[in-house]
Design a protein around this ligand. Structure first.
Ligand SMILES: NC(=O)C1=CN([C@@H]2O[C@H](COP(=O)(O)OP(=O)(O)OC[C@H]3O[C@@H](n4cnc5c(N)ncnc54)[C@H](O)[C@@H]3O)[C@@H](O)[C@H]2O)C=CC1
Ligand SMILES: O=C(CO)COP(=O)(O)O
Length: 298
């Protein structure tokens, strides 16, 4: 393993933006499945030998990717994905725990559209880890336009980052149906309460939901057409079939699969999650008007 080296794995929108940011203060490598014309692009083996790895591949792909490619040699990992595995309902920290010891892993969260980070625009993010050492070591890599905070609430940050994608779909539907700003603010505020309730069940701290990882990322994503999840909602409001919406999008919208995970986890654990459940149902064919009626019922 090469000491003091860092690589980003996954050269999608977020991987490339993180690579841009992390390449400011020191050399940062990047790799992906297909070769890209990006500065410091390397093959997977070279990247894997770095001491620090930032992994930015979609949540649903992580388990298979780790099984196929990952060999733990003492690397420190920063997970940049936001989602919950649909077919198991497992959180990403649970999946990673089979491959990486807890003291070697952190999760990055907070409001961060890749398109703004790659322009060097300022933002504030949270590195969540059970080890403060991981925060300290990764935070020195970040450039001065990104302020980093520490939190030990891994599950809170994970749930907030994953849940807000589902709520952004709901907010996109609200916008697409022209329900007005009152409705949208109500939806977002109740969404925040809902994700907090869901999180509490799994041991998350309330403070994570009112900070950058929760409210910060939710307000960003649920209010902007820059969000892929929000755009999925806009498409659903126009009665476009989901496969057409996703084909047009051409990038990952994690909320689609995460809604499946939240739906099954909330049924299994009897957690009241009305907004996420309606998103799940609309994604499975329920009309948006019917869904609105059901959400307005007492
Ligand atoms: N784009 C953004 O603004 C932000 C995205 N994220 C999260 O980062 C994650 C990645 O998102 P984006 O980069 O934006 O998506 P993207 O759709 O732009 O790119 C996904 C990348 O993952 C790679 N990939 C897909 N399946 C793979 C597999 N089986 N093995 C290896 N690589 C695979 C693709 O080749 C592609 O490079 C998502 O969980 C997303 O929620 C988090 C914060 C901001
Ligand atoms: O997580 C994000 C911003 O923090 C990106 O959101 P989308 O995946 O909806 O574009």
């Amino acid at each position: 393993m090469n000491k003091n080296t860092i690589a980003v794995i996954g050269a999608g929108k977020w991987g490339q933006a993180l690579h841009f940011a992390l390449n400011k203060k020191q050399k940062c490598l990047i790799t992906s499945r297909t070769k890209r014309e990006i500065e410091n692009f390397v093959d997977l083996e070279t990247a894997m030998n770095c001491e620090y790895l930032v992994i930015a591949i979609p949540a649903q792909e992580i388990r298979a990717w780790l099984k196929q490619n990952f060999k733990f040699k003492g690397q420190k990992i920063l997970v940049a994905s936001k989602g919950i595995e649909a077919n198991t309902g497992e959180f990403l920290n649970e999946i990673y725990s089979e491959f990486v010891p807890e003291k070697n892993i952190g999760f990055i969260s907070g409001p961060s559209f890749a398109a703004e980070v790659i322009k060097g625009l300022p933002c504030a993010l949270v590195i969540n880890s059970n080890s403060k050492k991981i925060y300290k070591e990764f935070s020195v890599f970040f450039p001065n336009f990104i302020k980093t905070y520490y939190s030990a609430d891994v599950i809170g940050a994970e749930i907030a980052g994953a849940y807000k994608n589902v709520l952004a779909i709901a907010s996109g539907i609200c916008e697409g149906l022209n329900l007005g700003k009152n409705a949208q603010a109500s939806l977002i505020a109740r969404g925040l309460v809902e994700m907090q309730r869901f999180g509490k069940h799994f041991g998350a701290k309330k403070s994570s939901f009112i900070g950058l990882s929760g409210a910060g990322d939710l307000f960003l994503t649920a209010n902007s057409t820059m969000s892929r999840n929000f755009r999925v909602g806009l498409g659903l409001a126009q009665n476009k079939p989901l496969d057409v919406i996703l084909e047009e999008l051409g990038e990952v919208a994690e909320g689609v699969k995460t809604s499946v995970a939240i739906h099954s986890l909330s049924e299994q654990h009897s957690i009241y999650t009305p907004i996420a459940n309606e998103v799940y149902k609309v994604l499975n064919g329920k009309s948006t008007q019917e869904s609105l009626k059901d959400l307005l019922k007492n």
